[in-house]
Design a binder for this molecule. Sequence first.
Ligand SMILES: Nc1ncnc2c1ncn2[C@@H]1O[C@H](COP(=O)(O)OP(=O)(O)OP(=O)(O)O)[C@@H](O)[C@H]1O
Length: 364
Amino acid sequence: MTTPAAEVVLEAEGLTKHFPVRKRGRAALSREVRVVHAVDDVDLRLLRGQVTSLVGESGSGKSTVARLLAQLYPRTSGDIRLHGEPTPLATARGGRRFRAYCRRVQLIFQDPFASLNPVHNVEYHLTRALRIHGRAGQGKEQLRAALANLLDRVQLTPADRYLSKYPHELSGGQRQRVAIARALAADPEALLADEPVSMLDVSIRLGVLNLLRDLKERLNLAILYITHDIASARYFADTVLVMYAGRMVEGGDSETVTQRPAHPYTRLLVESAPDPDRLTSEAGSLGEAGGAGEAGTAGGVGGAGAPVPGGEPPSLISPPAGCRFHPRCPFVMDKCRTELPPRLQVGDTGEHWAACWLFEGVAA
Ligand SMILES: Nc1ncnc2c1ncn2[C@@H]1O[C@H](COP(=O)(O)OP(=O)(O)OP(=O)(O)O)[C@@H](O)[C@H]1O
């Protein structure tokens, strides 16, 4: 649960990334500049000691958000603030300020095999990270202790058994633990975990998620957990944010968003996710949101036998006007085709919102 007192570590406002489209053939002669609207006007906050999950299907812009937050890409517009301190649009890469930011905000990639160099062993990877961040200590003894401490944090013990191993000698889960240990070498405050378990065997996913949860609690980390699996977000996250076609469409505490989704797109995600103890009767959830008028129409979206919107996500080069989900939405109204819905409150707690016209005038 989000507590009002939780400290904001990292925050984005109006975060936008447009990638230019390379022109080919005759298009190369035209003056028209075409871009992929990968991320548009995204707001999010990562709180100390909490997991925020960013959920959405492939191509919705989740990884781009993580890369923008990690400063791997320059953003087109918007603000990123670490402890309220703005990061300039074009942070000088390699500069002191940039290095300090990168130390505090660490990214963990989906594929631990690709992120570890196959010709180097665990000791090399971790020692290098400790040295880069000035945390290797003085002399061999202190370095040894720092390495053992890192491996202990990711539950790879005894350390001596793992230090000499090469990536190919480790299981997928162990490799991801080494990648997490390498991120921890920087002593970060925020971890951006981009689909950290999706390439792992189902049997070991839970272990790695439990490890991240343990780190969140012990080290008081602010974690961004990116996933297309809304069921795992329910299990692991405190807060869930849902992205569709480059925009945020819903947010709130994880239990509410995953069990009583409001936006028709979130309902689609929840409907298609295997989650055995889902509380059904989403009709009731919209009733709670106010239930009257158009929202009442939406009450049937997620329930048994409810229509599941078909179709594909839109082109991000020329995204639909209004709500980007409108071409797939079973409850589309005229307004949805032309006007972008703002964040509208769902229910009466003030923490659950949906960018959907169905909730206009519904909240208490
Ligand atoms: N470097 C790039 N240049 C051009 N377009 C890009 C680039 N990176 C991402 N995109 C486009 O931006 C959109 C969002 O991509 P992104 O990888 O952020 O989505 P995602 O939700 O993380 O998807 P996945 O789960 O498949 O990784 C996609 O249309 C993608 O093709």
